[in-house]
Design a protein around this ligand. Structure first.
Ligand code: NAD
Length: 479
C-alpha cells in the first residue's frame, strides 16, 4: 500500500484505490491510499505550519533540495519511465522522455531559486527609494491530470518550492504512482516536514477541500474545461489566486508549398503519439487544396504502419487508451463523426486485446476526411487518437479555420514559405506556435500555456512561472 505524505509522515488513507495497467488490465500496478476531507485538511494545516520556515529558507537550501531531486529523477529515468508507461499507457520512450523532462525541470528551478531578484527604481519623490521584490505566496494547492503523471506535477511543484511556497498536491486518481515517487524523492532530498504534502483521493472530495479551504492561498490546476470551471468559481468565491491549464482543439495547417514528409511526420506525431492524449495534440489538420489528397494518402500509409500495443513492448508506436471511460468517449466521438457525415479514412477500431493476448483498452488511430468546421469532432476535445482533416482553398482560409475554435493552446503550420510562416506566427490565436514541427512536444525551460478557453492566468514553466508562484511587493524608503 502506497500512503499519503502528510507533515513528513506516510499516512494510510481512509480507503484505497487500485492502479491498473491499461496495457494489461490483469496487472495491478499497486494499491494507493485515498484520503478523505479530514486528511486533506490535516495536509493543509501541515503546509500552513511549514510556510514560515520554508519561505524564509535560504536560496541555497531550496537549490540543494530541488537539485538533489532532479539528480535522482534523472538517474532513475528508466525505472520511473517504466512505471509511468505501466500506469498511464504511453510508450516506454515517451515515458522515459517525460521523466527526464521532470528531472530537468527540477534542475531548472533549482537554479531559479538562486535568481530571485527584484528591481530598484527611482522614486518620483526626492530622497525616496523604491524596491520591487517578489515573495512567496503561501500554501499552494496543486491539482493535476492523468496524461502527464510526472511532468505536470513537476512543473507545478518545482517552481512552487523554489520560490518558498509550501504545497498540498492532489494527483489524478488514475496515475498516483508517479506522484508518489516524486513525494518519496523529495522527502529523501531533505525537504523539511510539511513543506510538500501528497494527498491522493477523489477530486470531488480532496480536490474540493483544496478549493474551499481559506488556508490555501492559490490553486494551480491542469485538467478538463468542466473541472476548470469549478476551480475558477470556487477560487473567485473566496478570492484565491488561481491558474488553469485546460483543453485544446489544436490546429495543424499544411500548405501546398509544405515539404510533404515534414508535414506528414508532424501530423502523425502530434495527432497520434501518446495515444492522442496530449493537451497539445493536433486534432484538426487543415490542408490546402493542392496538397490535400497527397497528404491524406501519405498520412494514411504511415498510420497503417503504426504498431498499437503494450506501452512497454519494444516496437510499440501507440499504447492503449488510459481507461475504459476514455475509450468509450473516443468511440462515441468516432460514431458522432460518422453520423455527421465525415469520411473515416482509417482506424477507429477498438481492440480488446493486444498481439500477445493481454486485455487492454486499445484503439487504432482514426483519421477523418471531408469534415466541416461545425462538426462536433472539430469543435470538442476528444482527447484520443482521432484526427480530422479540413480542406481549405488557400492560406487565408486555412488561418481562419485554424483560429475558428474556442480553444487556443497550440497551433502549427507546415510550409516552406517564410512569408506564410511569419504571418502565421503573428496571427495564430494560440499560446504556442510551431512551424514545421509537431504541436506537441515542447521545451522545459520556456513558457507553456494558451489563451481563449484553454488557459487562464499566468503562464507555467520557464522564468514566467514566477508570475504565479510569487507575489510582488513594492517597498518605499525615505533615506
Ligand atoms: P479532469 O478535469 O477530469 O481532472 C483533473 C484533476 O482535477 C484530477 O486530479 C481530478 O481528480 C481533479 N478534480 C476532478 N473534479 C474535481 C473537483 N470537483 N474539484 C477539484 N478537483 C477535481 O481532467 P483529466 O481527465 O485528468 O485530464 C484530461 C484533461 O486535461 C484534458 O482536457 C486535457 O486537455 C487537459 N490537460 C491540459 C493541459 C494543459 O496544460 N493545457 C495539460 C494536460 C492535460
Amino acid at each position: 500500500m502506497f500512503k499519503n505524505l502528510i507533515n513528513g509522515e506516510w499516512v494510510a488513507g481512509v480507503t484505497a484505490s487500485r492502479n491498473i495497467n491499461p496495457s494489461d488490465t490483469r496487472d495491478l500496478v499497486g494499491e494507493f491510499a485515498q484520503a478523505d476531507a479530514a486528511q486533506a485538511r490535516e495536509a493543509i494545516a501541515a503546509a500552513r505550519a511549514a510556510f514560515a520556515g520554508w519561505s524564509q529558507s535560504t536560496p541555497q537550501q531550496r537549490f540543494d533540495v530541488l537539485d538533489a531531486a532532479g539528480t535522482e529523477i534523472l538517474a532513475r529515468r528508466a525505472e520511473l519511465g517504466d512505471l509511468l508507461a505501466r500506469e498511464e499507457g504511453k510508450t516506454l520512450p515517451e515515458a522515459i522522455g517525460e521523466v527526464a523532462r521532470a528531472g530537468n525541470i527540477f534542475k531548472f528551478f533549482a537554479g531559479e531559486s538562486l535568481r530571485v531578484g527584484g528591481e530598484s527604481v527611482a522614486s518620483v519623490r526626492p530622497g525616496v527609494g523604491v524596491e520591487v521584490t517578489r515573495e512567496a505566496l503561501g500554501v499552494i494547492g496543486l491539482i493535476t491530470p492523468w496524461n502527464f503523471p510526472i511532468a505536470i506535477p513537476a512543473w507545478k511543484l518545482a517552481p512552487a518550492l523554489a520560490f518558498g511556497n509550501t504545497v498540498v498536491m492532489k494527483p489524478a486518481d488514475l496515475v498516483p504512482a508517479s506522484a508518489w515517487h516524486l513525494a518519496d524523492i523529495l522527502l529523501r532530498a531533505g525537504l523539511p516536514k510539511g513543506v510538500f504534502n501528497l494527498v491522493m483521493g477523489r477530486g470531488s472530495e480532496v480536490g474540493t477541500v483544496l478549493l474551499e479551504d481559506p488556508r490555501v492561498d492559490a490553486i494551480s490546476f491542469t485538467g478538463s474545461v468542466a473541472t476548470g470551471a469549478k476551480v475558477a468559481a470556487a477560487c473567485v468565491a473566496r478570492m484565491a489566486k488561481f491558474q488553469l491549464e485546460m483543453g485544446g482543439k489544436n490546429p495543424f495547417v499544411v500548405l501546398d508549398d509544405a515539404d510533404l514528409n515534414v508535414a506528414v511526420n508532424a501530423a502523425l506525431n502530434s495527432g497520434f503519439f501518446s495515444t492522442g492524449q496530449r493537451c497539445t495534440a493536433s486534432s484538426r489538420v487543415i490542408v490546402t487544396a493542392g496538397i490535400h489528397d497527397r497528404f491524406i494518402a501519405a498520412l494514411a500509409e504511415k498510420m497503417a504502419a503504426l504498431k498499437v500495443g503494450d506501452a512497454r513492448a519494444k516496437g510499440t508506436d501507440i499504447g492503449p487508451v488510459v481507461d475504459d471511460k476514455q475509450l468509450a468517449q473516443d468511440l462515441e466521438y468516432i460514431a458522432i463523426g460518422q453520423g455527421e457525415g465525415a469520411r473515416l479514412v482509417a482506424g477507429g477500431q477498438a481492440m480488446a486485446h493486444n498481439a500477445d493476448g493481454a486485455p487492454g483498452h486499445y484503439l487504432t488511430p482514426a483519421l477523418f476526411a471531408e469534415t466541416t468546421p461545425q462538426m462536433r469532432i472539430n469543435r470538442e476535445e476528444i482527447f484520443g487518437p482521432v484526427v480530422s482533416v479540413l480542406r481549405a482553398k488557400d492560406y487565408d482560409e486555412a488561418l481562419a479555420l485554424a483560429n475558428d475554435t474556442p480553444f487556443g493552446l497550440a497551433s502549427g503550420i507546415a510550409t516552406t514559405s517564410l512569408k506564410h510562416a511569419t504571418h502565421f506566427k503573428r496571427h495564430a490565436q494560440a499560446g504556442m506556435v510551431m512551424v514545421n514541427l509537431p504541436t506537441a512536444g515542447v521545451d522545459y525551460h520556456v513558457p507553456f500555456g494558451g489563451r481563449k478557453g484553454s488557459s487562464y492566468g499566468p503562464r507555467e514553466q520557464g522564468r514566467h512561472a514566477a508570475e504565479f508562484y510569487t507575489t510582488v511587493k513594492t517597498a518605499y524608503t525615505q533615506a
